[in-house]
Design a protein around this ligand. Structure first.
Ligand SMILES: [Zn+2]
Length: 310
């Protein structure tokens, strides 16, 4: 057997990617488009890597084999455990701020009530610039992300296009705005529909139309002037409370190494069947598409596996 890669007792991690610009190079400044006033879109292709060695198993009839050894690595403290709770060992799940419910629902952040599980972690992770965005996955949806996670956040969710709506000073503020926007737009995608749609994206005019509708709704409801935003920053961090609604942001278009037509979407669950080997057809978001199955890398983060690529 000709192994391209062989790993033993390897904790599955989120895939790495590299951006290949198709038109102009990617930058946050271009996305914000504050001064530039350009009408162009930014178009990029994505190449994925399963590990640091940067092996590309796509388009070459590579076979991936996974064998789950039954143990897991906690995604926070990396301790080896027999069971994960939402990706964490039980103590981390119980006491770490990164495992708290406000991570999934940032509008419920309770830092300012003095009840953050780890305030110093919160200072660093939650009190930094965040963006509220509009993206297209299987449909238009809104979401939030830290500045440093652009465009990672969109690539991880398999968005084919995205645009920035607003910039705020904390995770909580972004969460509050996102939560309000749920009244008029989705905040979740459906993975099968997302994969089914391949690299399909809405037209630029439809994207801007949807964007303008949301932006107008924010303005007409004075959503950025709410008192909820004002008292939300801890004084010791001396942050400037900055809330910006973008007027003319640039659309980012993302193409994935993903086949046009796929009909089978049976998902792999390494907890039920501990081994799996199949030829890989494409990758979108954190989903590996095999001939007959889909593997959600995110759902298996921390699983200890033997894995090989042939
Ligand atoms: Zn842990």
């Amino acid at each position: 057997m000709n192994y391209i890669l062989q790993k033993r007792n390897y904790p599955l991690v989120k895939m790495n990617y590299e951006i290949i610009p198709r038109t102009t190079t990617f930058s946050l400044e271009k996305l914000e488009n504050k001064q530039l006033n350009s009408k162009e879109t930014i178009d990029i292709n994505i190449t994925y890597f399963l590990d640091k060695e940067k092996i590309i198993p796509i388009g070459k009839q590579r076979k991936i084999k996974l064998f789950h050894l039954g143990n897991y690595n906690c995604n926070s403290c990396t301790k080896v455990v027999k069971k994960l709770f939402d990706g964490f060992c039980f103590p981390c799940f119980k006491y770490k701020a990164c495992a708290d419910k406000c991570i999934m629902s940032p509008h419920l952040c309770h830092y300012m009530n003095g009840t953050c599980r780890e305030p110093t972690w919160g200072d660093e992770y939650c009190y930094q610039p965040h963006y509220v965005y509009l993206s297209y996955t299987d449909k238009f949806k809104v979401g939030i992300t830290r500045e440093s996670q652009i465009p990672t956040r969109w690539i991880d969710q398999g968005a084919t296009s995205a645009v920035l709506l607003a910039k705020v000073s904390s995770r909580n503020q972004a969460g509050i705005l996102e939560h309000k926007l749920k009244e008029i737009i989705h905040d979740k995608s459906h993975w099968i529909n997302m994969l089914k749609s391949g690299n399909e994206k809405p037209s630029i005019s439809l994207f801007y139309e949807t964007y303008t509708k949301i932006s107008q709704w924010i303005k007409s409801n004075s959503l950025l002037e709410l008192d909820e935003y004002k008292a939300k920053l801890p004084t010791h961090l001396k942050l400037k409370n900055e809330i910006t609604l973008f007027e003319n942001p640039t659309i980012l278009n993302i193409e994935y190494p993903f086949p046009e037509q796929i009909n089978k979407f049976q998902s792999i669950n390494l907890e039920k069947n501990n081994t799996f080997e199949e030829e890989i057809m494409g990758i979108k978001g954190q989903y590996l598409m095999f001939k007959n199955h889909v593997f959600n890398v995110r759902r298996h983060e921390g699983f200890l596996v033997d894995f090989s690529i042939t």
